[in-house]
Design a protein around this ligand. Structure first.
Ligand SMILES: NC(=O)c1ccc[n+]([C@@H]2O[C@H](COP(=O)([O-])OP(=O)(O)OC[C@H]3O[C@@H](n4cnc5c(N)ncnc54)[C@H](O)[C@@H]3O)[C@@H](O)[C@H]2O)c1
Ligand SMILES: [Zn+2]
Length: 364
């Protein structure tokens, strides 16, 4: 399945099982810096290297440790210097093989080496596919905060081999599914049905996963094409993320992004329902229970309020993305503290309802 991100120039996104072994059909460069991490490289780097070499590229593989710590200025410097030492020039390309961490890092390497060289992404996580790979945001973290240094640098092509999802840890799969579900709420109700089907699993049928991933990518691609630098519609992608960012920051990142967004989507659904918009809380709640077996900390909203107000994307003003109905998001900047308290009370009630049958723990 092939789609196109309609920016200037447009770039293709190919979604196909077995694609890694055909990477050389899509990537053309005299020399390729193949950047991956220690979780992905042992599984897939050799397949990609062979395909690129068969197509005539010389390949240098650089493997960084797994985890957010690799999205750092130190790793960026190390990689830039490696490229210089290995004689990379403007005609060469950087290829990211991994999840969002690798593609954010490698994208910034490509954006900054010699003021920018070609960049391709081979996404290997569901989040990497439906979220990080498309849109051109690249960057690293600073000790002062996540993603504080970076650049917009659009890839030349994006390849998604859905068969690699089979080796992804289940928690990572569900975390990525949250962004896919979010895309469904924003623009494609079929995605909401897809995630509830038995075929929606890491090792599900290739044609089903290809279709679902491609439709989710299409939602993001459409939004990004209209708003490359985030001044307009791109803000809709923040659905569920206002509360999520506050929960993550307050928990000092003990809560995963996927779990936090699952709670955030439910919170936003409740805010919308209380305003008399469409009531999707039950549907979102069912999904959130599947995603987030970790219990949401039970407690007052008050310690979260400063984090909600501080969210960097809000520029001092709270902007909530609320759905008038599925496929019709709007930005609300007049949400009151009383509304937040009402939605929070609902979330706490939902937590009380659920007890995980295996662990006996309270779950959402
Ligand atoms: N640029 C953007 O628009 C954007 C959007 C969303 C998120 N992000 C960024 O993405 C990052 C998170 O990305 P992620 O969730 O993909 O995490 P990740 O890149 O760390 O990947 C998750 C883990 O799974 C392993 N892994 C990856 N693919 C695998 C596979 N097929 N089989 C087995 N193991 C595999 C990795 O080694 C890693 O340990 C964050 O840093 C976030 O800021 C960026
Ligand atoms: Zn997110």
């Amino acid at each position: 399945m092939k789609l196109s991100v309609a920016l200037t120039p447009p770039y293709p996104v190919v979604v196909e099982a077995g694609l890694l072994a055909r990477a050389g059909d899509y990537i053309r460069a005299p020399k390729v810096a193949l950047i991956s991490d220690e979780g992905v490289a042992p599984l897939y780097a050799e397949t990609v290297r062979r395909s690129l070499e068969a197509a005539g590229s010389r390949v240098c593989t650089y493997t960084v440790p797994k985890g957010e710590d690799s999205k750092s200025l130190t790793t960026l410097e190390m990689l830039l210097r490696k490229l210089a030492q290995d004689g990379f020039n403007r005609r060469d390309a950087v290829v990211a093989l991994g999840g969002g961490i690798v593609s954010d890092l490698a994208g910034f390497v490509a954006a900054s080496y010699m003021r920018g060289i070609d960049f391709y992404t081979l996404s290997t996580t569901l989040l990497g596919m439906v979220d990080a790979a498309v849109g051109g945001k690249t960057g690293v973290n600073l000790p002062e905060g996540k993603n504080l240094a970076g650049a917009f640098w659009q890839p030349k092509g994006v390849l998604m081999d859905v068969s690699v999802l089979a080796t992804l840890p289940e928690r990572e799969f569900r975390g990525g599914a949250v962004e896919l579900f979010k895309h469904g709420l924003l623009a494609d109700p079929d995605l909401l049905d897809d995630v509830a089907r038995p075929e929606f699993r890491r090792d599900g049928p290739a044609s089903f996963l290809e279709g679902t991933v491609a439709r989710s990518v299409q939602v993001k691609a459409d939004i990004v094409a209209e708003d490359e630098r985030e001044g307009g519609r791109r803000a809709y992608l923040n659905l569920g993320h206002t509360l999520a960012h506050a929960l993550e920051a307050h928990s000092e990142h003990a809560l995963s992004h996927g779990d936090a967004v699952a709670y955030g989507l439910l919170f936003a659904a409740r805010l919308a329902a209380a305003r008399g918009y469409a009531d999707e809380t039950k549907r979102v709640e069912r999904f959130a229970r599947w995603v987030a077996p970790t219990p949401l900390p039970v407690g007052p909203l008050d310690p979260l309020l400063p984090f909600i107000a501080r969210d960097k994307k809000h520029l001092g003003r709270q902007r909530w993305v609320l759905l008038e109905q599925i496929g019709r998001p709007r930005i609300a900047d007049d949400v009151t503290e009383a509304e937040l308290r009402g939605a929070w009370a609902y979330l706490q009630e939902a937590v009380r309802d659920g007890v995980d049958k295996d662990t006996g723990r309270e779950t959402l």
